[in-house]
Design a protein around this ligand. Structure first.
Ligand code: HCA
Ligand code: CU
Length: 383
């Protein structure tokens, strides 16, 4: 085994399906939907849920109030601009915390809010002071952190830490950071602030899970995820994939979650959005535990760990040994025959395997084809 010299400490999931996820194409959640998914995520054990700002619309505010009133273990957050009016409404809706954000990159400062760094800090201090006075948890993040000037963001983070935030947030808003960059930025930040650190990473260049994992290795304490990774464009770190990453690192890290619920949670969302769970989704995708080549199936039949980093049973999933193809090996055919109650002597097993391969060379075959080949084999009379 390779040495794992950068351990991951305990961490918190901030589920943002009802905030970042509401920004996904076609996502539309009624208040009832929001309560339903919050109930499932609460059972799963996410530590936080983040909802869209109450400023967005009356339904957004109603949903926050409804979730604030439901029996739950997770802490309820809303995502707000660094504006006092937004903070007041958030508090009025009964949240446990507010995730405040403001852009710090040149792009954001020039094309979005148009404020100087000093103005960003002053505004942040005002909003944080107000939220602290109301006894709610506060997070302050710099949108587009990786395209911001490094010294600038560290100045903002230090000022917000001194202003008394519970967490600062690092956001890879356009999904261009890589794992090393993420590790380095968060390691540096760990030396600059005493408060907790949150990471929010988009998946535009497929690094969202790796970046979140490296953020944890570097000392981040909170990770933003959504169910199936939904969000703006192609979304952010998917909860299930991050859980898979952490599980393969150390199962104890995710033992606090109700893992068999993951599939139901993802199915709920997929149904709601009218999409399929993508076939290659870790753990819950249709092929996540699908074994095909003869070399693989032979070993998996003896000991599944040979070709599995994740035990499907821990997530209530089942493995599939696929034998209806030309790559099949005789061990898998023997196993199938046994399931059908047929004990094949070695020469007949070879014959049956060759017959399956020959048919699969002619056309795409199914398990039913394999079964008919096996059932048609004349067995020596047993006396
Ligand atoms: C956005 C903002 C955000 C905020 C992240 C955060 C991003 O939707 O544009 O508050 O940490 O990706 O920067 O989601
Ligand atoms: Cu985002």
């Amino acid at each position: 085994m390779l040495n794992r010299n950068v351990p991951v400490q305990d961490f918190n999931i901030i589920d943002s399906t009802l905030r970042e996820g509401e920004q996904f194409r076609g996502a539309h959640f009624s208040v009832e939907d929001k309560l339903e998914i919050a109930g499932l995520l609460d059972q799963f054990g996410v530590e936080y849920m983040e909802l869209s700002t109450p400023v967005a619309s009356p339904q957004s505010a109603d949903a926050i109030r409804a979730l604030a009133d439901m029996p739950r273990r997770f802490k309820l957050l809303t995502h707000i601009r660094a504006e006092l009016d937004d903070a007041r409404l958030a508090v009025d809706c009964g949240v446990d915390g507010a995730d405040v954000y403001i852009g710090t990159s040149d792009y954001m400062r020039e094309y979005s809010h148009g404020k100087t760094l000093e103005q960003v800090i002053t505004l942040g201090q005002e909003v944080v002071a107000y939220l602290n006075s109301q006894g709610v948890e506060t997070r302050f993040s710099t949108e587009d952190t990786f395209r911001s000037n490094f010294a600038d963001v560290m100045t903002v983070y230090r000022a917000m830490d001194l202003a008394g935030v519970n967490r600062v947030g690092v956001a890879d808003t356009v999904g261009l950071a890589d794992p090393m960059q993420t590790f380095n930025l968060i390691s540096n930040l760990r030396d600059v602030v005493n408060c907790d650190i949150e990471f929010h990473g988009h998946n535009d260049s497929s690094c969202a899970v790796a970046n979140a994992f490296c953020a944890l290795q570097a000392g981040a304490t909170h990770i933003d995820t959504t169910i199936l990774g939904i969000g703006e464009r192609n979304g952010i770190t998917p909860m299930g994939a991050l859980i898979g990453r952490l599980y393969t690192c150390d199962r104890a890290l995710v033992a606090k979650y109700e893992l068999p619920l993951l599939a139901e949670i993802e199915r709920w969302l997929a149904r709601k959005l009218g999409i399929e769970i993508p076939f290659n989704t870790p753990i819950t995708g249709a092929v996540a535990f699908h074994h095909k080549a003869g070399v693989h199936t032979k070993a998996v039949l003896r000991n599944p760990t040979t070709y599995e980093a994740i035990d499907p049973a821990d997530f209530g999933q089942t493995r599939i040994i696929d034998i209806a193809h030309r790559l099949v090996g005789r061990n898998a055919i023997r196993e199938r025959a046994r399931l059908l109650g047929i004990e094949l002597p070695e020469p007949l097993l070879r014959h049956a395997t060759a017959a399956v391969k020959a048919l699969a060379d002619e056309r795409q075959i199914s398990l039913a084809d394999v079964d008919s080949i096996l059932n048609a084999i004349p067995l020596p009379a047993s006396d």
